[in-house]
Design a protein around this ligand. Structure first.
Ligand code: ATP
Length: 306
């Protein structure tokens, strides 16, 4: 995998930006699948301390970048099957690094990450690809039609399935109103869609993929209340029945999460529900005031704020 990922991640111009590279994960996974043929899956690694119904497990995971930046240090946490878990933390806490490791873009410097009990390593790339749908912060659209872009979620999908995914992602109406509908060319040199429209394309892709695990990197940019509601509605449909891990920038996400992990300087420093963390009055409460409070008007305030 190092041979495949290393060069891709170190040539940002090829992809324009890191976000673009992240959005190309599906394609990278395609390459990794080919590599799989040389590396058949190994038997599952067993950790006796890990409950069986956890889907994602970080077991004392550390990651240090080549320049010596220690992004994650001895991070351990679990995401139980069917749960919604939110990651919050200040800038530089290590949230994106954690996702990069989960997506198989980098390998931990030490420690082990397991997905359904299997270690995430290059030779499990196919398992990774099948199990995870990833909705990035910035949706990258490849040059091609809107239909082609949604089809990235499942290359064998029929046109009807693509339309259904777009309906569920609240994207069908705006697509249908374009002069060429699903055949509209998008991408860098063609029609430019708004951030909210691109996000809905990403949600349609993920719906079409129908993977059991969802990684959601929420957009930090504020949308107007109406667009926000349309996207939240689509996200709720996408999250239903799946195990979700999200980098949360929205108050509604942390309120609705079953559990929240707070990262700071590469460590998990707090964990609990939104209510319990808020009552603790530590970093989460500070972050809540700084990051989420401005959004309170858009979402119901938790009971203890009234
Ligand atoms: P943000 O909310 O701003 O995206 P984050 O919590 O996602 O921050 P990371 O991007 O994971 O944090 O960064 C964790 C640490 O690793 C930071 O100190 C950051 O400077 C460093 N880092 C991130 N990417 C790289 C890189 N490609 N090379 C070197 N250091 C990096």
């Amino acid at each position: 995998m190092q041979n495949v990922i290393g060069p891709m991640m170190s040539t940002p111009r090829e992809f324009g930006s890191f976000q673009t590279a992240m959005a190309a994960v599906e394609r990278i996974w395609g390459i990794m699948d080919e590599e799989m043929e040389d590396h058949p899956p190994q038997p599952m690694l067993a950790f006796p301390s890990v409950p069986q119904r956890t889907v994602i497990d970080f077991h004392q995971v550390s990651y240090t970048y080549a320049n010596g930046s220690r992004a994650l240090e001895q991070v351990s946490f679990s995401v139980p099957m069917g749960s919604t878990v939110a990651l919050v933390g200040p800038s530089g806490a290590g949230k994106s690094t954690l996702f990069k490791l989960l997506l198989g873009l980098y390998e931990p410097t030490s420690g082990v990450i397991t997905l359904n009990g299997q270690s995430i390593q290059a030779r499990y790339a196919q398992v990774l690809r099948q199990q995870i749908a990833y909705v990035p912060q910035e949706t990258f659209l490849f040059s091609g039609t809107i239909r082609d872009n949604i089809r990235q979620g499942a290359f064998a999908a029929t046109d009807e399935e693509i339309v259904q995914a777009a309906i569920d992602a609240n994207a069908h109406d705006f697509i249908a109103s374009l002069p060429h509908g699903y055949d509209t060319e998008v991408g860098e040199r063609a029609m430019r869609l708004s951030g909210g429209q691109r996000q809905r394309i990403a949600i349609a892709r993920a719906l079409l993929k129908d993977a059991p695990i969802l990684l959601l990197d929420e957009a930090t940019s504020a949308l107007d209340t109406q667009s926000e509601q349309v996207i939240q509605e689509a996200l709720h449909r996408l999250m239903k029945g799946r195990t979700t891990l999200s980098i949360a920038h929205r108050l509604s996400t942390v309120i609705h999460a079953d559990y929240v992990y707070v990262l700071d300087k590469g460590h998990v420093v707090e964990q609990g529900t939104h209510e319990s963390l808020f009552k603790n009055g530590q970093l989460y409460a500070e972050l809540y005031r700084a990051q989420f409070q401005g959004a309170r008007h858009a979402f119901p305030a938790p009971a203890f704020h009234r």
